[in-house]
Write a protein that binds this ligand. Structure first.
Ligand SMILES: Cc1ncc(C[n+]2csc(CCOP(=O)(O)OP(=O)(O)O)c2C)c(N)n1
Length: 530
C-alpha cells in the first residue's frame, strides 16, 4: 500500500478509518484535536457517513462512543489527558460493562505542559480501569495500533486505552497503510445483564474483569509491541516505553549496546521484565510522563536501588523526556549541535489584537478596580485565561473547565462580594451549565460573564456547542431574563458595557452578562475561504 507523511494524530485517525470506523466522538484539546479534524476532512467520512461532529464534552463523547459500541459498531473517543478526568466516570465503568463493537479511547498526554494545566499520565487511568493500554513509539505504530486495536477490543471485549504524547501526536513520519476494511457486521447487545450495572450484576462483571487480567497479561507478553532485544553491556538494562524508545535509539544510531525492553502494550509483560531484571545489574526506565512503570517495577523486584529513572533523579522528575536528558541518563556525552537563538525561544502567548475578550477585560478591570476593591474574579479555561497575565492581571483563579462559576458560587457563599466568574461559550456548555443550575437553585450572589466569541478559539476554532442559544440555555436553567444581558464588546460600546456591569454587580442574585463578538481569527478564516 502507499506511504503517507502523517502526524501521529493523523496516523492514528487513518488507522481507525482503515479499520472500518463508524464514529469518532471527541471534545477538542491539544494535542488530540487533529485526530477528529483529520476524520472530519477524510473522504471516507462522507462516503461512509462516519459520525465526526464535536461532542459537548469528554464525558458525553465517551458515553456516545460506548453507545455506538453497544450497537455493534467501531467507535473512537479522543481527548487530551485532562479530558480523562471528565470522561472518567464512564471510562472506568466501561471496563466493567465491556464493549461489543471495538472501542478505542485516545488520551493525548502533554508532558511538559505545552498547553495544559498539569502533566498527569493517562496510563494510570488504564491501570485503574483494568483495561489494556497501547502506547505507540512512533507514527507507524500509532497507525498499526489503531488498525488492529478494534479487533483486539472486540476479542477481549474491553475498551482499549491508547496513550499518545505531544511530540508524537504533533510530529510527522512516513506511514505505511494496510488494506482498508469494511465496518464489521456485529449485532447490537441483547443481553441486558452486560450493561445494567446494578450492584448484583456489576459484582459479577467486575469479577469477570479481574479474571480476564490473566488473558490481557498473556496478550501483552505475546504482543508485537513489546520486544526484548539483547545487548552485550549488561551493566544496565533499559526499559523504554512509547516514545522513550525513540529517544534511546536516537542516542545509539549503530544499535543499543545494552539489553533493551521496548514497551508498547500494557498490562506490563511480566516475563520479559523478569528476564531483563535477571540479565542486568541495574535497570533504567525511560518513560515520558510520570513513573508509572518505574514504580510497578520497584514493586515486582523488591530491590528498589536497582531501578533508576525519574524517581531517583537519573531522569528529571517532571517535564518532557528529550534525546538529551535520556543521553545524560545513559552516561553519554552529548553536546547540542545547535544553540536555539533567543528569537525562537518560548514566549508566553497573548490575546490577539482586536479580540473581544480584551474589551471585556478593559471594562471589567475599570469597574472592579475603581468601585469594588474586595472583588475576586474566578477564571476558566480558554483564550480569556490569558487575562490572568499582562496587561490585565484580571483573574484570581483558573483550575479546570467550568470551575469559574462554581468557585465564584462557593466564594460568594463564604461572603466574598462581588464574586465574578469569567467563562467562554464552549467552556460554559462543556461544564459550566450544571454549576449555573447550582447558582440558580440557591440564588447565589454571582455575576457570570460568558465571553462569547462563537467558537472554541483556544484549540483552533472548532464549533461551539451552544452557539446562538446561550441566552435561551441560561433562561432554561432559570436565570431571570432581565438579568441575562447581551452586549457587543467594542470600544464604541464601552459606556453601555460599564453601565450593564455596574447594574448587575449591584443585583444580589444570579446575573449573566454575555459580551458577544465573533473571534477575529475565525472571522478572518471565513473571509479568506470565501
Ligand atoms: C477537560 C478539558 N478539555 C479540553 C481542554 C482544552 N481546551 C482548553 S480551552 C478550551 C475551549 C475554550 O473555548 P471557549 O471557552 O469558548 O473559549 P475561547 O478559547 O474561544 O476564548 C479547550 C477545549 C481543557 N483544557 N480541558
Amino acid at each position: 500500500m502507499n506511504k503517507q507523511l502523517l502526524l501521529g494524530d493523523e496516523a492514528l485517525a487513518q488507522g481507525a478509518l482503515d479499520a472500518g470506523l463508524s464514529g469518532v466522538y471527541a471534545y477538542p484539546g491539544t494535542p488530540s484535536t487533529e485526530i477528529t479534524e483529520y476524520i472530519q476532512a477524510a473522504p471516507e467520512q462522507k462516503e461512509r457517513a462516519i459520525h465526526s461532529r464535536w461532542s459537548a464534552n469528554e464525558k458525553t463523547a465517551m458515553e456516545a462512543a460506548l453507545g455506538m459500541s453497544f450497537a455493534g459498531k467501531r467507535a473512537l473517543v479522543c481527548m487530551k489527558h485532562v479530558g480523562m478526568n471528565v470522561a472518567a466516570d464512564c471510562f472506568v465503568n466501561a471496563g466493567i460493562t465491556g464493549v461489543r463493537g471495538g472501542l478505542i479511547v485516545v488520551a493525548a498526554d502533554d508532558p511538559g505542559m505545552h498547553s495544559s494545566q498539569n502533566e498527569q499520565d493517562s496510563r494510570f487511568y488504564g491501570d485503574f480501569a483494568l483495561v489494556p493500554i497501547f502506547e505507540p513509539s512512533n507514527q507507524q505504530e500509532a497507525y498499526d495500533m489503531a488498525y488492529h486495536g478494534f479487533d483486539f477490543s472486540e476479542q477481549t471485549g474491553e475498551p482499549v486505552l491508547m496513550r499518545l504524547v505531544t511530540r508524537l501526536a504533533h510530529s510527522r513520519a512516513g506511514v505505511e497503510r494496510l488494506e482498508p476494511q469494511a465496518p464489521p457486521t456485529l449485532a447490537a447487545v441483547e443481553d441486558a445483564r452486560q450493561f445494567v450495572l446494578l450492584p448484583g450484576i456489576a459484582r459479577r462483571r467486575y469479577h469477570a474483569l479481574l479474571e480476564k487480567q490473566a488473558d490481557l497479561l498473556k496478550a501483552s507478553e505475546e504482543s508485537p509491541y513489546n520486544s526484548y532485544v539483547d545487548g552485550n553491556d549488561k551493566s544496565v538494562g533499559i526499559v523504554a516505553c512509547g516514545i522513550g524508545y525513540n529517544y534511546v535509539m536516537e542516542n545509539y544510531p549503530d544499535g543499543c549496546p545494552h539489553p533493551i525492553l521496548k514497551i508498547g502494550q500494557y498490562p506490563l509483560p511480566r516475563k520479559q521484565l523478569m528476564k531483563i531484571a535477571t540479565d542486568c545489574d541495574t535497570l533504567l526506565v525511560v518513560e515520558d510522563g510520570q513513573p508509572f512503570v518505574e514504580k510497578q517495577l520497584k514493586g515486582y523486584l523488591g530491590n528498589a536501588l536497582r531501578v533508576k529513572g525519574r524517581t531517583d533523579g537519573t531522569l528529571p522528575p517532571d517535564g518532557e523526556l528529550t534525546p538529551d536528558n535520556v543521553a545524560r541518563a545513559l552516561g553519554l556525552h552529548n553536546e547540542p549541535l545547535y544553540h536555539v537563538p533567543s528569537l525562537v525561544e518560548m514566549r508566553p502567548p497573548a490575546m490577539c489584537e482586536g479580540c473581544g475578550h480584551r474589551d471585556m477585560y478593559t471594562i471589567l478591570n475599570k469597574v472592579l478596580r475603581t468601585d469594588f476593591p474586595s472583588h475576586r474574579v474566578f477564571g476558566d479555561i480558554g483564550c480569556y485565561t490569558l487575562g490572568a497575565g499582562a496587561p490585565f492581571h484580571a483573574l484570581h483563579s483558573t483550575v479546570d473547565m467550568g470551575a469559574s462559576i462554581t468557585m465564584a458560587k462557593g466564594a460568594a457563599d463564604a461572603g466574598i462580594y462581588p464574586a465574578v466568574a469569567v467563562i467562554g461559550d464552549s467552556t460554559f456548555t462543556h461544564s459550566g451549565m450544571t454549576g449555573l443550575l447550582d447558582c440558580v437553585n440557591e440564588q447565589a450572589d454571582v455575576t457570570i460573564i460568558i465571553s462569547d466569541n462563537e467558537t472554541t478559539a483556544m484549540t483552533g476554532g472548532q464549533d461551539s456547542a451552544g452557539t446562538g442559544r446561550l441566552e435561551s440555555i441560561c433562561a432554561g436553567i432559570g436565570v431571570e431574563p432581565e438579568h441575562i444581558r447581551v452586549v457587543v464588546p467594542l470600544k464604541k460600546n464601552y459606556e453601555e458595557m460599564e453601565q450593564i456591569l455596574r447594574e448587575e454587580l449591584a443585583y444580589h442574585g444570579v446575573s449573566v452578562i454575555i459580551p458577544r463578538r465573533e473571534c477575529i481569527q475565525t472571522l478572518a478564516r471565513k473571509k479568506r475561504n470565501k
